[in-house]
Design a protein around this ligand. Sequence first.
Ligand SMILES: [Zn+2]
Ligand SMILES: [Zn+2]
Ligand SMILES: [Zn+2]
Length: 125
Amino acid sequence: METKNCKTCTKKVKTFATEVYCNECIQQKCCMRYTPDSIGRQMCNNIGNLIKRSDKMYCIGHYKRLLQNCKTCGEPHREGDPLGYDGWYYCKTHKPPKSEQTMCVHLALKNVMCPDLIQQIVCHI
Ligand SMILES: [Zn+2]
Ligand SMILES: [Zn+2]
Ligand SMILES: [Zn+2]
């Protein structure tokens, strides 16, 4: 971990993030700041970069919390079940159908682009 300065208030922070926010400033960004995180603490985690999904920002702690349940129905994430290719967790019932074409695009691009971008490309082919 490195000591860096918060992007907003310049306070010193120990973090792995490249977009650095202190404990207070990350709460202004994370859309789940009023919800307990993956281990039941009501606070945001600034150890990594904020994650953007469906136009909302999540801190890494709250993002993990989100992945504990199916995005559609909230069914708990079964251990070992992979995430959907869009980075969300879906139960068996709600897993989006994956065409072979979609899979190929994701495989080809996953090392060079973030899933959101790939998803946009997939929508246009
Ligand atoms: Zn700050
Ligand atoms: Zn958060
Ligand atoms: Zn579901």
